[in-house]
Design a binder for this molecule. Structure first.
Ligand code: SD4
Length: 324
């Protein structure tokens, strides 16, 4: 019988020399504890969403089921004006939603510019599981959702409509990342089987041009999951994230050995290099979780927080920022 210390040394050696998948298989067969389960998500409303995800994850459930169930909370919350039902509309008064998912096998699904469907992360999962495609947009995505039993819902709540009508009085068309009104939810989970999944769901920039799609539904921009390495997601001005393939960049930095926070910092700095002057309207935050269950974040402007839930943590963490 090995002592605990011997087992830990053995695990350390295994991780140092083997690809992760093999190391996990060996750790499993030697009955070592795996790093999961853990779930992380963007912004302070991630706390509530994590709680819903934890009901699945904490009971040995699948990471993908957990993240879809977690983000369903802000998607259905009329008070959350940047995700799902109650999201602020585009400049023409349409609430259009974007979402994507990725699982541990590298499968991906995505929907963009969808109207009248609340749970677009679940819809993106349906695209992944039931179609030969990765992405459906607009009318086609809505039709697919309705045909698959998603209820038709008017997403524009009276209070969001009121805010839009107020905005119409000045109607500045410039998209602004409203860093005080929490944005987009990205959620990443590692389950007790050692598998990663993630999702990202949003109503996008308030008062955007009709048809505008941000980073959130784009695989590699708003989300990326690689089961050998980790998972990453983003929030903020989607245009800047798209231009650097943000979440994929974070994954590749982790693959090269960087910690989640370091990897997020490198992605943020790539954006800052193109936009060196501090601007109140340019916020981007990245959040990452690696295969060991380590997490970290980095953002351009102060104020980005993320929520963590595991067996030992249930907390909100301030992401480090480029500008103080
Ligand atoms: C977008 N990244 O549509 C999303 C929304 C967001 O701060 O996070 N805004 O660009």
């Amino acid at each position: 019988m090995k002592t605990r210390r011997e087992l830990l040394q053995y695990a350390g050696a295994a991780f140092a020399t083997l690809p992760f998948a093999k190391a996990f298989a060996q750790a499993k067969s030697s009955s070592l504890t795996l790093p999961g389960p853990i779930v992380v998500s963007t912004w302070n409303f991630g706390m509530q969403a994590n709680e819903a995800a934890w009901k699945i994850l904490g009971n040995g459930g699948h990471a993908l089921d957990a993240v879809i169930s977690g983000v369903a909370v802000p998607e259905a919350d009329p008070k959350n004006t940047s995700v799902g039902y109650g999201g602020l509309p585009d400049r023409d008064g349409h609430v259009t939603l974007d979402a994507c998912v990725m699982d541990e096998n590298g499968n991906a699904g995505s929907v963009a510019c969808v109207e009248n469907i609340v749970h677009v992360a679940a819809l993106a999962r349906k695209v992944m599981e039931k179609t030969p495609h990765v992405m459906l947009v607009g009318e086609g995505a809505q039709q697919f959702g309705l045909a698959n039993g998603f209820p038709k819902t008017n997403l524009l709540t009276p209070s969001s409509e009121k805010l839009w009508r107020e905005w119409l009085k000045t109607a500045q068309y410039k998209p602004i990342a409203n860093i005080e009104n929490h944005d987009t939810i990205g959620m990443l989970a590692l389950d007790s089987a050692g598998n990663l999944s993630g999702t990202c769901t949003t109503s996008g920039m308030a008062y955007k041009m009709h048809g505008r799609v941000g980073d959130s539904p784009l695989i590699g921009a708003g989300l990326y999951v690689d089961n050998e390495v980790g998972a990453a997601t983003s929030t903020g001005v989607g245009e800047e994230v798209i231009k650097i393939c943000g979440s994929h960049l974070v994954i590749e930095q982790m693959r090269a050995g960087r910690s989640p926070e370091e990897a997020c910092r490198i992605a943020v700095e790539r954006i800052v290099k193109k936009n060196p002057v501090k601007r109140d309207d340019l916020q981007v935050g990245f959040l990452a979780l690696n295969k060991h269950g380590e997490h970290g974040a980095y953002c351009i402007l102060k104020g980005f927080q993320y929520a963590v839930r595991s067996n030992s943590q249930n907390t909100l963490i301030d992401g480090k920022s480029h500008f103080a």
